[in-house]
Design a protein around this ligand. Structure first.
Ligand code: NAD
Length: 260
């Protein structure tokens, strides 16, 4: 069945940035395929949105190629088209490099890097039909190195390069591929891995001096899938309160708030 409204598939859509992106696309009249491996949380999120004619929840795992094929079949059957793919699902583990178990390393690579590759391949034929867009969600941990993020940061740096590889190869099919690199955002993931020390470091390192909101990330994701960005491909857009622009100390020049 084909339909008039545009269709986006968002992975990791049950909560956090993926759920905010889902709501952003719906607000602009798109239909949304919400994919997540947490079935109960996904069903609850889809129910709360309450637009069953425009929302298709799929309980699948991005790191499993069979699940990727199943997602394509489900999208073909329900909507007959795909205009954008948002590879947002991700997992984090923070720990010293020399103590990171191989199993954790492999799991992080499978979800954060191989997952977007699997889905980009699987949805290529549908995206090619529409001259669609792919947006990968990387991280500031993939732009700059730090302690504790050997697997997570490396997976996100790999995803940034996958973004550029696919942008160059798929341009001739009219498919644009970009990435959004979030700074810290208050989600379930941040609650899991951001210790009080890490939170303090972020505040010290971020010129805008606060965490981002899921909705601020959703706006950037939506922009990169929309007709407002038709000449943009192969880019990694940091949505990070200025983190990536900064390097050494950040004394404020505002006399009214001082430095400390
Ligand atoms: P979150 O944990 O709140 O949400 C992630 C969602 O992805 C969850 O619903 C989870 O069930 C789903 N998911 C995980 N593995 C999956 C799999 N294999 N298959 C399908 N679904 C899966 O996290 P979030 O903060 O919303 O993160 C979204 C993206 O943003 C991630 O890629 C994350 O790495 C990135 N990011 C987040 C932050 C932050 O501070 N929150 C910072 C930088 C980057």
């Amino acid at each position: 069945m084909s339909q008039d409204s545009k269709v986006v598939l968002v992975t990791g859509a049950a909560r956090g940035i993926g759920l905010a992106a889902t709501e952003r696309f719906l607000r602009d009249g798109w239909s949304v395929v919400m994919l997540d491996r947490e079935g109960a949380e996904l069903a609850a999120a889809a129910r709360a949105i309450g637009q069953p004619e425009r929302v298709l929840p799929l309980t699948l795992d991005v790191s499993n190629p069979d699940d990727g094929a199943q997602a394509v079949e489900a999208v073909r059957a329900r909507f007959g088209r795909l205009d954008a793919l948002v590879n947002n699902a991700g997992i984090a583990h923070f720990g010293p490099a020399m103590e990171t178990p191989l199993a954790i390393w492999n799991e992080i690579m499978a979800v954060n890097l191989t997952g977007p590759f699997i889905l980009s391949q699987a949805f290529f034929p549908l995206l090619r039909d529409r001259g669609g867009a792919i947006v990968n969600i990387t991280s500031i941990s993939g732009l700059r190195a730090s302690t504790l993020r050997v697997a997570y940061g490396t997976s996100k740096a790999g995803l940034a390069h996958l973004t550029r590889q696919l942008a160059v190869e798929l341009a001739s099919y009219g498919i644009r591929v970009n990435a959004v690199a979030p700074g810290p955002v208050e989600t379930a993931m941040a609650k899991k891995v951001h210790s009080p020390e890490i939170r303090k470091d972020y505040h010290d390192a971020i010129p805008l001096n606060r965490y981002g909101l899921p909705e601020e990330l959703a706006d950037a994701i939506f922009f990169l899938c929309s007709p407002a960005s038709t000449y943009i491909t192969g880019q990694v857009l940091a949505v990070d309160g200025g983190f990536d622009a900064a390097g050494i100390g950040l004394p404020t020049l505002r006399r009214d708030i001082g430095n400390g």
